[in-house]
Design a protein around this ligand. Structure first.
Ligand code: NAD
Length: 352
């Protein structure tokens, strides 16, 4: 099984290196036979090839079984016509990765802002407000004059239905509870279509369903996070809500995610490239490591290989043990470990 590694920008090379150490250890322990391959993306490929998202990398992604992708410092990329395409949007479009699955939970001993929380946010990943991926050709954002900027938000029945299916399946495997989040009181047509489609899909499942407007949901997630389980929502609401959930659980460095479609899956931490702490060996690689675990779990289900799912569970269990000890944490959580030492400690425990 071939796994493509793309380091990304900022803290990307550091957290991806720690995650790679863990993936190699789990591959040895469970005889997974993972073959790690490498490619260029982001600022690295901009320098060497003049493009942040080169065709060669897209081809490698398509040819691999799974991808580990570091965060990207997209805010400083040049314009797309000068080679600065956002690979996050690009991959979601090129590989049709319609489901962004972002779990967040409070783990024993980890300093968190709330006592109890175990949620998974299922975020629609290919349309909504995100102009770099929501159009078949061209951008969903444009300027008719120098003083007028327009963004088009796209919601389709098909896009809403497929994230709804993914969320319902997840809810079925978990507690059977699904919360639909939208802003249908104002965006009556677009969010109305999203909410109605999700409810239609969910009617085929035996689930306990409720719904909230996004603004109230942000407050409720802080006030009573233990009340929620699987949350399904549109692209931008899910992006924002998942950072909130990760921070509530202890910090952005704890929020993993996969971007999944019918045929491809990419492990990518929910957070960004954290330029403020890049190059200092202080970033928390937990989110990146857990994202790799989620990728292995996805591959295990897709290829009916239980050992991949066992490996994923082992990563999650060891992370829980590691974070449960103050001496096992990185500095953002009050511990003494650097990014690399954290990865090494998790890898050692996995094989121990
Ligand atoms: P960010 O998520 O990079 O950082 C926000 C804050 O969280 C910073 O203080 C940072 O130090 C901290 N943080 C993030 N990850 C951490 C980790 N693993 N360990 C410890 N602390 C961590 O958000 P930002 O500063 O708004 O964005 C920086 C860049 O990342 C921008 O160029 C943005 O466009 C990009 N971005 C990329 C992705 C992605 O590639 N998936 C996602 C979000 C933002």
């Amino acid at each position: 099984m071939r796994i493509l590694i793309l380091k990304g920008d900022g803290i990307g090379p550091e957290i991806v290196a720690a995650a790679e150490t863990v993936v190699q250890s789990v591959s040895r322990r469970f005889n997974l036979g993972l073959e790690l391959e490498y490619g260029e993306i982001g600022l690295e490929s901009l320098e060497s090839q003049g493009h942040t998202f080169p065709e060669e990398t897209v081809a490698k992604m398509k040819a691999s079984d799974g991808v580990i992708l570091g965060p990207l410092h997209t805010a400083i990329y040049p314009a797309p016509e000068d080679g600065g395409v956002n690979p996050s949007g690009g991959t979601r479009k090129a590989l049709d990765l319609f489901a962004n699955i972002r779990p967040s939970r409070v783990r024993p001993g980890v300093p968190a802002h709330v006592k109890e929380m175990d949620v998974v946010i299922a975020r629609e990943n290919t349309e909504g407000f995100y102009a770099d991926r929501n159009m078949a050709v061209g951008s969903g954002e444009f300027m008719p004059t120098e003083d007028l900027a327009i963004s088009m938000r796209k919601i389709t029945r098909e896009g809403s239905a497929r994230i709804a299916e993914a969320a319902c399946k997840l809810a079925e495997q978990r507690s059977g509870k699904l919360t639909i989040v939208h802003k249908g009181n104002v965006m009556k047509l677009s969010d109305g279509l999203f909410a109605d489609t999700v409810k239609e899909v969910a009617s085929d499942y035996k689930l306990d369903i409720d719904e909230y407007f996004i603004d109230a949901m942000a407050a409720l997630l802080v006030r009573k996070p233990e009340f929620f389980d699987v949350i399904v929502t549109t692209n931008m609401y899910g992006d924002i809500l998942s950072d909130l959930a990760a921070e509530l659980s202890g910090g952005l460095g704890l929020g993993p995610s996969i971007n999944a479609g019918a045929e491809h899956c990419i492990a990518q931490a929910a957070h960004g490239s954290a330029p403020d702490i890049a190059g200092q060996n202080i970033a928390n690689p937990t989110a990146m490591i857990l994202s790799c675990g989620m990728l292995l779990d996805w591959l295990g289900t897709r290829h009916d290989r239980p050992e991949l799912r066992e490996a994923a569970k082992r990563i999650d269990d060891i992370i829980e043990t590691q974070l449960g000890e103050e001496s096992g944490r990185t500095t953002d959580l009050g511990g003494p470990l650097g990014t690399d030492a954290f990865g090494d400690a998790v890898a050692k425990r996995i094989e121990g």
